[in-house]
Design a protein around this ligand. Structure first.
Ligand code: UD1
Length: 386
């Protein structure tokens, strides 16, 4: 069984690592890996491959950055000949980034079955690009692997046949468990001079939080106010750095490759690799973030997480985990953080099936679904050399 796996952006690499490992250890499976190139800087891409032992991609489409339409269209245009040449039995996509959507559309139009890992999550906020990616990917996918019960319910409500939906657990948590011994050895906390002191980690990258200069300024001010109470470590995503650079007067908030920048209680860093970032979160008193995956990782690490958004597509992190969705009003942040530091949440134990075994379950279901043979024959286009 030839499975062509698609990755493009940082969280995809974490999710694919346990899957490729599980597929590679099965005698009837041949995994192929395609990197779309949506993320391309060393710390956003190659470092994840190295740290998570991911084999180098068989194809790199080199798509790079662009508007949503350009990025999605470029992935589709460059992936189509690869799919025609490789003729996989299945295309597997993970998560909700533009590469996920583009690959699912390209495959389904070539009549190649699609599996979506992390299906069914819904924020019910269609202004989020990821929500559109999730809805469309799930609508065309043949096999849908969900991480939590809400995902299954959402898909059934949208009319997806129940036999196509499989509740398997969370591959991102597989990675967290599988690489524990490595991230536990990371020296990042002492390297930053934190030496066992309490600190907060912040990440921001949602367009709604960082693309508007006034909103971003308000966040920076809230961050500096918070840092008067507790040190804050802020690895700065390239999207945010780009916007900070546009605000020239915020130069004291822009890290560079020479190392961390310490300013008024805040440690500004370039993006960290996987091992350092998980180590940093695992020893933090609290994490503030607008990310999706971080809500899940903090749930398993048992670290309180305040989500800087109005919605979450991962409600199990609130019902079982340490997550609270506090909105994106910078004026509320300091009060919410101080309250949570005083009275941390009591988690209800790990969500069902978040046990490090999700990739194995997925591989087993794929083998059962395909019985070793392709489900559908992909049409061969004239003039294309396979
Ligand atoms: C993307 C995903 C988001 C995911 C996030 C994880 C979409 C719509 N968004 O957001 O769901 O949570 O990745 O990080 O797919 N850039 C660099 N170097 C890189 C990559 C990006 O400098 O290696 C800069 C570019 O200026 C680019 C900007 O960051 O324009 C944004 O990158 P992009 O991939 O468009 O979206 P993200 O904000 O990273």
């Amino acid at each position: 069984m030839k499975i062509l796996n698609i990755v493009g952006a940082r969280p995809n690499f974490v999710k694919i690592a346990p899957l490729i490992r599980a597929m590679g250890s099965h005698p009837f499976m041949t995994p192929i890996l395609v990197h779309t190139g949506q993320h391309y800087d060393g710390p956003m891409s190659q470092q994840f491959f190295r740290e998570l032992d991911i084999v180098p991609p068989d194809f790199n489409l080199g798509v790079g950055s662009g508007s949503h339409a350009v990025q999605t269209a470029e992935v589709m245009r460059r992936l189509e000949p690869v799919l025609e040449a490789a003729r996989p039995d299945l295309v597997l996509v993970v998560g909700d980034v533009n590469s996920t959507l583009a690959a699912a559309l390209t495959a389904v139009k070539l009549h190649i079955p699609v599996a979506h890992v992390e299906a069914g999550l819904r924020s019910f906020d269609r202004t989020m690009p990821e929500e559109i990616n999730r809805l469309v990917t799930d609508a065309v996918a043949d096999l849908l692997f969900v991480t939590e019960e809400s995902g299954r319910q959402n898909l059934l409500r949208e009319g997806i046949a129940p036999e196509r939906v499989h509740f398997v657990g969370n591959v991102m948590i597989d990675a967290l468990h599988a690489f524990r011994s490595r991230w536990e050895r990371s020296p990042i906390v002492s390297a930053l001079g934190l030496h066992g002191d309490p600190y907060v980690v912040l990440t921001l990258h949602r367009p709604s939080n960082v693309d508007d200069p006034i909103t971003l300024m308000n966040f920076v001010e809230a961050l500096q106010e918070l840092a008067r109470h507790v040190p804050v470590v802020f690895p700065v995503h390239p999207r945010v750095k780009q916007h900070l650079l546009l605000q020239g007067h915020l130069f004291e908030t822009i890290p560079d490759s020479r190392g961390p920048l310490y300013s008024k209680g805040v440690v500004y860093l370039d993006p960290l690799g996987y091992l350092d970032f998980i180590a940093l979160m695992s020893r933090a008193r609290l994490v503030l973030s607008d990310s999706g995956g971080i809500q899940e990782e903090t749930t398993i690490l048992g670290v309180p997480c305040l989500t800087l958004r109005d919605t979450t597509e991962r409600p199990v992190t609130v019902s079982h985990g340490t997550n609270r969705v506090i909105g994106a009003d910078p004026a509320r942040i300091v009060g919410e953080v101080l309250r949570t530091l005083e009275r941390p949440p009591c988690p209800n134990g790990p969500p069902p099936l978040w046990d490090g075994q999700a990739a194995g379950r997925i591989v087993k279901i794929l083998l059962e679904a395909f019985g070793g043979a392709p489900v559908r024959e992909a049409p061969r286009r004239r003039g294309v050399v396979a």
